[in-house]
Design a protein around this ligand. Structure first.
Ligand SMILES: [Cu+2]
Length: 92
């Protein structure tokens, strides 16, 4: 009887760890001004080590980024968009 409980605890531990590492941030990018801006921003965000996904909406002027907070940070994400010409702000 001890084994299943151990495995269950192990799974729980691993999933908690995964949740702790993956963060989602919504950045406002107010200076997007055409349909191709999101492509530039998305490419810049995906180049940041630790970023697993980036969805950028021109209509909403926002970028939804999933990243590993042990490998990168919000400051790095904001720097990545600013470096390609689009300063961004954290939306909450
Ligand atoms: Cu544009």
């Amino acid at each position: 009887m001890k084994k299943p409980i151990f495995l269950f605890a192990l799974c729980l531990g691993l999933s908690t760890f995964a949740n702790a590492a993956t963060q989602k941030a919504v950045l406002n990018v107010p200076t997007m001004d055409c349909e191709t801006c999101p492509l530039t921003i998305k490419a810049a965000l995906l180049k940041v080590p630790g970023v697993s996904s980036a969805r950028v909406s021109y209509k909403k002027r926002e970028a939804i980024v999933e990243y590993d907070d042990t490998r990168t940070s919000l400051a790095e994400l904001k720097k990545a968009t600013a470096d390609v010409g689009y300063p961004s702000l954290l939306q909450d």
